[in-house]
Write a protein that binds this ligand. Structure first.
Ligand SMILES: Nc1nc2c(ncn2[C@@H]2O[C@H](COP(=O)(O)OP(=O)(O)O)[C@@H](O)[C@H]2O)c(=O)[nH]1
Ligand SMILES: [Mg+2]
Length: 313
């Protein structure tokens, strides 16, 4: 796919950063603040699909959600058991946000699926960690509910930060847990997510230490949000049918939820990254990645600082 650039790859058991692949920002964008959105979750959960929707919404605005709009498959959809995305890819371009100030520029990063049986368990944690370090908004896609398995992945990540000997108080910005194919018990969208989150906290489920877990999560992320995405109610999983156009989405509720999700994400949630008290700009991305690449060469884990979202408190 010509429209994607590989930022991180996993070869011979280790991650490699590819700063030279980063596209040149045009003069108009270079000095503007940057916000990186990264999406993680299992293979085939709908990460790329949601990104294609997001791209359409950024490029075409509200009209994108009207019936006849084409959903361009920039991020390739998984149609077979073979994973299309390996490592971490970025959309090859910097995108202006449709916010009123029009000043913030976005970069969309798509990741290799979690829970790949061919990868060691720690691979998932690496994807999680790298995604969190590199982005201002981390979208974690889970299936049907927030299972203890999906919380475990976050848990290990939190433990790593805790035991990493990291004395700096770095805080990540936003974590959005998107529950795909959610049932309607708690309602949908942001309100449903809030109700579900409160429910989990009060029930002490699925882990025993749920309370401690969420306290720690809230401590590490400036904001933790849950979005309940209804099922598309279409046979999107069969090999022959897949959603390729907005008009293919017959389910009004699903389509409306996509609109509500992107609306809040683009207008309210995205914020520029801050490095050493300075706003992280588009032109800072390449040099920062180069610094990371050097650290990686010496097999240093980038646990002591984050790329752009280290908010000094
Ligand atoms: N059941 C279900 N299928 C979806 C959803 N979103 C996308 N899909 C379909 O699931 C398939 C895999 O989606 P894809 O975005 O490639 O998954 P990825 O591996 O996470 O990037 C595609 O055929 C999508 O049309 C969803 O919310 N629920
Ligand atoms: Mg994908």
């Amino acid at each position: 796919m010509g429209k994607l650039t590989k930022v991180l790859t996993f070869v011979d058991d280790s991650w490699e950063v590819l700063p030279d692949q980063i596209p040149q920002a045009d003069v108009e964008h270079a000095k503007k603040p940057l916000s990186i959105i990264t999406s993680i979750g299992s293979f085939g959960i709908g990460k790329s699909f949601l990104y294609n929707v997001l791209l359409g919404a950024i490029e075409k605005g509200e009209s994108f959600f009207e019936d006849e709009t084409e959903l361009i498959e920039v991020f390739p959809l998984e149609t077979s058991v073979r994973a299309e995305t390996q490592g971490i890819d970025m959309f090859n371009g910097f995108l202006p946000t449709p916010r009123a100030d029009k000043d913030l520029v976005l970069s969309l990063w798509d990741t290799e699926g979690l829970s790949n049986p061919n990868q060691p368990r720690h691979h998932d944690i690496s994807i999680f960690r790298l995604s969190a370090y590199f982005s201002q908004v981390l979208i974690y896609n889970v299936k049907e509910r927030i299972s203890s398995e999906s919380m475990d992945k976050i848990q290990v990540f939190l433990e790593e930060i805790r035991t990493g000997g990291n004395t700096q108080t770095n805080t990540f910005q936003t974590l959005i847990i998107v529950v795909r194919d959610a049932n309607q018990q708690f309602g949908y969208c942001w309100e449903g997510g809030e109700a579900y989150l409160n429910h989990i906290k009060s029930q002490g489920k699925p882990g025993k230490q749920t309370d401690v877990f969420f306290r720690e999560l809230n401590d590490k992320f400036r904001s933790v949000l849950v979005f309940m995405m209804p099922p598309p109610n279409q046979k999107v999983k069969s090999k022959r049918t897949k959603i390729t156009f907005m008009r293919d989405i017959e389910d009004q509720l699903f389509r409306e939820s996509l609109r509500i999700f992107t609306q809040k994400l683009l207008h309210e949630i995205v914020q520029p990254g801050i490095v050493d008290g300075e706003v992280f700009r588009v032109c800072d991305l390449k040099p920062q990645l180069k610094m990371f690449a050097k650290k990686f060469q010496y097999r240093e884990q980038p646990t002591s600082f984050t790329l752009a979202n280290a908010i000094k408190e």
